[in-house]
Write a protein that binds this ligand. Structure first.
Ligand SMILES: N[C@@H](CCC(=O)N[C@@H](CS)C(=O)NCC(=O)O)C(=O)O
Length: 202
């Protein structure tokens, strides 16, 4: 298998963590989709990372779909519960944390535009999503794991989303406002899979 990814993408980190948790071998191909010489659109019509190329050449994208594919390749440790309400709740929390990432990425990209083209209203709208998502995660983070008593896709996405805030939106002091989330994140960050995939600072 090959994973096409950038090292700062929280969505790609999600897949890299899943691969490490499952101890699956996978070649990492670093490709930055914003650069002119990117090959990402050759694999994903949306031009986004991560993309997984399976051993038989089939291509998978969207990070959560890739994690589901990895669960089908190697069922243990499973990152999604079997079909049922717990699986739906796991996906819901993962969707929430993905949405937090989407809003943070939107702010990061907006700030890269020339100042005269930046929209204060757009940034505020994204900021409100981040604040509300953090408050919801704070309520969910009352134990070691968000759901089901073990590591799941929800924890991986939540950890990647919080890590992305630390990388790109350092002015958001989410730890001070969300003490349970702070402790939950610190516990998560002791895991080898999270430590090995820390994003570089640029
Ligand atoms: N929902 C997608 C989001 C992927 C995504 O937005 N990746 C960003 C990097 S953080 C990207 O490749 N952006 C390039 C673009 O939007 O053209 C997933 O979970 O895989």
């Amino acid at each position: 298998m090959k994973l096409i990814a950038s090292l700062t993408s929280p969505y790609a980190r999600k897949v890299r963590i899943a691969l490490l948790e499952k101890r699956l071998d996978c070649e990492l191909i670093v490709d930055i989709p914003w650069e002119a010489d990117t090959h990402v659109p050759d694999y994903n019509p949306l031009g986004k990372v991560p993309v997984l190329v399976a051993d038989d050449g089939e291509v998978f994208y969207d990070s959560s779909v890739i994690v589901e594919y990895l669960d089908s390749v190697l069922s243990q440790p499973s990152l999604l519960p079997p079909p049922g309400l717990e699986a739906v709740r796991t996906r819901k929390l993962a969707a929430l944390a993905d949405g937090l990432c989407d809003a943070a990425v939107a702010i990061f990209l907006e700030r890269k535009r020339p100042p005269a083209h930046q929209s204060v209203e757009w940034v505020s709208r994204q900021q409100r999503k981040i604040d509300a998502a953090l408050a919801t995660l704070e309520r969910a983070a009352d134990d070691t794991w968000l759901i089901g008593g073990r590591l799941s896709l929800a924890d991986i996405v939540a950890g990647c989303a919080l890590g992305y805030l630390d990388l790109r939106l350092t002015e958001i002091d989410w730890r001070a406002r969300h003490p349970r989330l702070h402790s939950y994140f610190d516990r998560l960050m002791t895991r080898e899979s999270f430590l090995q995939t820390m994003p570089p600072s640029s």
